[in-house]
Design a protein around this ligand. Sequence first.
Ligand SMILES: *Cc1c(COP(=O)(O)O)cnc(C)c1O
Length: 397
Amino acid sequence: MPDRKPSKGEKGGTVTREHGFATRAIHAGQKPDPSTGAVMPPIYQTSTYVQEAVGRHKGYEYARTHNPTRAALEACVASLEGVEHGIAFASGTAAIHAILTLLQAGDEVVAGENLYGGTHRLFEQVLRRFGLKFRYVDARDGREVAAAIGPATRMLYVETPSNPLMRLTDLSEMGGIARRAGCLFVVDNTFMTPYLQQPFEHGADLVVHSTTKFLNGHSDMVGGIVLARDAELEGRLRFLQNSVGAVPGPLDCWLALRGLKTLPIRMERTESNARRLAAFLAAHPKVEAVHYPGLPDFAQRELAVRQMKGFGGVISLELADGEAGRRFLKSLEVFQLAESLGGVESLCSHPGEMTHAAVPAAERERMGLMDRLVRLSVGIEDADDLEADLERALAAL
Ligand SMILES: *Cc1c(COP(=O)(O)O)cnc(C)c1O
């Protein structure tokens, strides 16, 4: 069992890894402000810190390098993922960029296809110019992944479930493949959150989140975070965080910290709503297919049950054609047409033209990202209202 003393990643807090998830979500990395007793960590809205004498300071010199509100967020998410180290960034994309800049020109990355559209754009339109090479595989197939790894491969990068088709990757199998190949295993855990999926238990070296989504959960900030177990990797990422400077502001860190406090109850409500809506959609004659890991006939049901503690709040569905999809999206009222996911409010989108518009059409086709696909991010409203909204929009088709 883990030791009792607070880990380094939880410095300042009194909560240890032995406390339950909900307790850590509320307290990890946080303690009452010593000067006032304020229960909530202050928003340290400052760019610098006064020094008593040259070189005599309290560990804080300049706010790109250190900020106490940011440190609290980093410690809290690290605790939830079950590791020591968190390194926060200005967005999920900046966090992913930092991970990739651990590599050198000439290095190769094997990545699951069906990545978040912005990640694909970062890999293909930015990082490729700096000499990194990317190879995309169907990460449902361990043999295909193992076969794609070559002598220059330094990283295996996956998202599970994939966005928006909800295809699952077996994290333990990938962890084994990465370990045997001696490459870093990176998991984007944005869709599941640490409440529902713990990639470090399956051999991940780094976990990344867009905190913009479920972790903050209120659609009022943009942020990202990388989690690491290994101190050497943490040191290199900390160096990149400071050297590149894509750091989050203290107010955004504070908002994410506040959002985290309700993560468990939000995820439970989101999921119970999503399960009910997925079942409703699957039984509806105007819906051709529903992709949701919580459905009893989900193709990778066994893996879903083994690897995930729940099935999350994102559902994608196929209608008769692209035209039907557009009409459906237009007639929804409670579900609002917007990019993003993971907030308390329900959103709907057309991945082909919205979140994945940066992916070239031919590539989208190959990935199975057809025009008739619609994505729902289920919020925590009343399930009756959400179901009625879907029913009305489907009846109008
Ligand atoms: C949104 C998202 C990102 C990018 O995060 P930003 O905060 O928008 O930069 C990365 N991965 C996944 C799975 C996402 O949903």
